[in-house]
Design a protein around this ligand. Structure first.
Ligand code: PEP
Length: 248
């Protein structure tokens, strides 16, 4: 089973029209290898601007979050329906900053996954253990539990790309070793086989995220169960083009 390489960018709460011009100029000039999919998570207020600037057909725009309801008295929230209306087809859900800075629960993230899928969006749900959990030998327990809440809310796995992002590696410069990442990716695939099906385990892309850069991406991308990356800091820089070509 061939799983097409997938490179997600997460601009987080960064940017301006001027910096988006620079980033999208770089993306438009990047020769994306055949079959590689690139999806960049822009801040909500810049989604339409980013879309208007991207001319590279291999690059799409994602939102970084959305709410579980279609509309109503939820001041400040973005609904999946708004995203669909804007022609945004991807959303990142349950990023560690949503979980740990904004206190989003597994239940809420599951509900968001369900709503986004029902609205026709593709989702990038994020999972990952904190340092204390890894040190306590609880990595598998934590990520399998997070996966359970996602799984219970997914009916079409062809619209799901999982991002495994150990929290201790996000924005810290402390990347997981290729062996550490491969180990968890392989276990996640075995979990999908046991809990969902062999077909889903074989076909779902599992991305690694956490301090990926232009230098460390090739070694990580060479691992059999690492199907791409979710990239924060480096997605704002020219080296993102090198990450897109990590498998070349
Ligand atoms: C992220 O924001 O998902 C991320 C992985 O950040 P960074 O690449 O900066 O560690």
């Amino acid at each position: 089973m061939t799983r097409n390489f997938f490179v997600g960018g997460n601009w987080k709460m960064n940017g301006s029209k001027a910096t988006i011009d620079t980033i999208t100029d770089g993306l438009n000039a990047t020769k994306v290898p055949e079959g590689v999919q690139v999806v960049c998570g822009a801040p909500d207020v810049y989604l339409t601007y980013a879309q208007s600037k991207i001319t590279n057909a291999s690059v799409q725009v994602a939102a970084q979050n959305c709410y579980k309801e279609a509309k109503g008295a939820f001041t400040g929230e973005t609904s999946a329906d708004f995203l669909k209306d804007l022609g945004v087809n991807w959303v990142i859900l349950g990023h560690s900053e949503r979980r740990h800075v904004f206190g989003e629960s597994d239940e809420l993230i599951g509900e968001k996954c369900k709503k986004a899928l029902a609205t026709g969006l593709n989702i990038i749900p994020c999972i990952g253990e904190q340092l204390e959990e890894r040190e306590a030998g609880k990595t598998e327990e934590v990520v399998f539990n997070q996966m359970k809440f996602i799984k219970d809310n997914v009916d079409d796995w062809s619209k799901v790309v999982i991002a495994y992002e150990p929290v201790w590696a996000i924005g810290t410069g402390k990347v997981a070793t290729p062996e550490q990442a491969q180990d968890i990716h392989e276990k996640l695939r075995a979990w999908l086989k046991a809990e969902v099906s062999q077909e889903v385990a074989d076909s779902v892309r599992i991305l690694y995220g956490g301090s990926v850069n232009g230098k460390n991406c090739k070694e990580l991308a060479a691992k059999p169960d690492i199907d791409g990356f979710l990239v924060g800091g480096a997605s704002l820089k020219p080296e993102f083009s090198d990450i897109i070509r990590a498998r070349e």
